[in-house]
Design a protein around this ligand. Structure first.
Ligand code: NAD
Length: 486
């Protein structure tokens, strides 16, 4: 090998990172380039340059481009889904579900953008006032690994439709499919409108401090958000933060434990994507009068639905967790609960023991007999384990719900009017009745969290307007103020 070739090769190797398959970590799914600080600055500057002309385009032009991008994603769905499943570990049906939600939102954003961004003109006794929704500038979009496509497109679509340019940084734990989708979208837009950078906190810091970035839209952990808030304080950036949650599912006395479809829904709400969803039910409270029967029926339903296996096997409902760090963290929480005296019940069934042993798999578990303040109850587990606890009255369970530092989503199960009455007293961005997690998601309405679950909202018309500055143009009839002397 020539000296020049080996130098070139070593540069290539140094700047590329391998992404492994969580179901079989010895298999490399693909490589992605690590962005240097200089390249991150270049990407931001390209976005700032492109913004000068992109902001002049009409909303109709932007919608046409976005619709073409949607069609291209749809045409490439199978390829994207396979890549996502292999790099993330989620089963194929779940990866299809992620594309389904992504496209549903992108379609909604295209349909809604014109009315959401329509300027308002108010004539009044003292003249008229115009309120316009102006683009905000260069948006830094930082997304997590658990829903890498949905949580990137949730930002890309409204940001571009509102006339901004964007620099996207997917998570290094699931960078490939998100970058592929961003590349497809970018192919329909002028150069510099969408830019993708790769890396972790180091690149993230450039995005959150660079003076050209005027808005940060971040989905990820609450601890990371605290760093971002500090980093961005120097240049006072606009921010939307979608953070962690510890979502409670509350089963009232009026819940029918023999309703098998409802039991299936709660099991799915606990174990979909191996529990790695911000809005999944992470602690279950059951009225003491139905607790024993509930647990019995829950185990039956879980053992029917949970089939742990190869993400590419159509029988599999639960795949591995995405990475070793997450696996160790969840295992630690379960072991800690056991040490504190909790009973840990394994939930069925492992389809392929050999695969299970080689990948980042975790046995899904139910944890009983915990104290209400045990770490497994108050922390976000983000994995396939769930504590079920009894409660005695509504006041107590509302208190347990609301004492959390989080308030993303929650669910109340039972007779509809009883459930709605309890729901009204819960501190959460979304509360679902007789369902939970993504089964109750409605992209037409704002989504986000109370307290340390976030700032601002995505989805709905608000999820589009959040990418704008509100600009008021006042045209008063009376220019002279009565209290200012001649
Ligand atoms: P994370 O906070 O570790 O990482 C999220 C992103 O931030 C990644 O792209 C990461 O590279 C980047 N990052 C890390 N340090 C940074 C820094 N200092 N500056 C800028 N960027 C930085 O989160 P994760 O482990 O990828 O995702 C799991 C978390 O995300 C969970 O807490 C989950 O609840 C949360 N989440 C929230 C929502 C929501 O809508 N509220 C949705 C999905 C996930």
């Amino acid at each position: 090998m020539s000296k020049v070739l080996s130098l070139l090769l070593s540069c290539f190797i140094e700047t590329q990172l391998a992404k492994e398959n969580p179901a079989n970590p010895t298999e490399i799914v693909g490589y992605f380039p690590v962005t240097t600080k200089e390249q991150a600055v270049e990407a931001i500057e390209a976005a700032a340059e492109a913004f000068k002309t992109w902001k002049q385009t009409s909303i109709d032009e932007r919608i046409i481009m976005m619709r073409k991008a949607i069609e291209k994603i749809r045409a490439a769905e199978n390829e994207i889904v396979h890549l996502l499943s292999r790099e993330h570990g989620k089963p194929l049906y779940d990866a299809h579900g992620e594309i389904y939600v992504s496209l549903m939102w992108m379609e909604f954003a295209c349909n809604e953008a014109k009315s959401a961004l329509q300027e308002e003109i108010k004539a009044h006794e003292n003249g008229k006032t115009i309120l316009s929704y102006d683009p905000i500038g260069v948006v830094a979009a930082i997304s997590p690994w658990n829903y890498p496509i949905a949580l990137s497109t949730i930002k890309i679509a409204p940001a571009l439709l509102a006339g901004n340019t964007i620099v996207l940084k997917p998570s290094p734990y699931a960078p490939l499919a998100a970058a592929k989708v961003a590349e497809i979208i970018a192919s329909e837009f002028p150069a510099g409108v969408i830019n993708v950078v790769h890396g972790d906190a180091d690149v993230g810091v450039e995005l959150t401090t660079n003076r050209h970035v005027t808005k940060i839209t971040f989905t990820g952990g609450t601890a990371t958000a605290k760093h971002i808030i500090k980093a961005a304080s120097e240049t006072i950036k606009d921010m939307t933060l979608e953070l962690g949650g510890n979502d409670a599912a509350i089963f009232l006395e009026s819940f029918d434990v023999h309703d098998e479809r409802a039991m299936r829904r709660i099991v799915i709400s606990n174990f979909l994507t191996a529990g790695q969803i911000c809005m999944i039910a992470k602690r279950v409270y059951v009225h003491r009068s139905i607790y024993d029967e509930f647990v019995k029926k829950y185990i039956e339903a879980a053992n029917r639905w949970i089939r742990i296996g190869d993400p590419f096997d159509s029988n599999t409902t639960v795949g591995p967790v995405n990475n070793l760090k997450q696996k160790d963290y969840v295992l630690g929480l379960v072991e800690d609960a056991q040490k504190r005296g909790a009973k840990v019940i394994p939930l069925e069934q492992i389809l392929d023991q050999k695969l299970f042993d080689q990948g980042y798999y975790l046995q899904p578990t139910l944890v009983l007999g915990c104290d209400v303040h045990d770490p497994i109850v108050v922390e976000e587990q983000f994995g396939p384990t769930v504590p079920i606890l009894p409660f005695d009255d509504e006041e107590q369970v509302i208190h347990l719900h609301n004492e959390s530092i989080y308030g993303l989503t929650s669910s109340v199960w039972g007779k509809e009017e009883d459930a709605i009455s309890v729901a009204r007293q819960l501190e959460a961005g979304t509360t679902m009745i007789n369902t939970a997690a993504v089964q109750g998601l409605d992209v037409r309405f704002p989504f986000g969290g109370f307290k340390q679950s976030g700032i601002g909202r995505e989805y709905g018309a608000e999820g589009i307007r959040t990418y704008t500055e509100k600009h008021v143009i006042n045209v008063p009839k009376t220019l002279d103020l009565p209290y200012i002397p001649e």
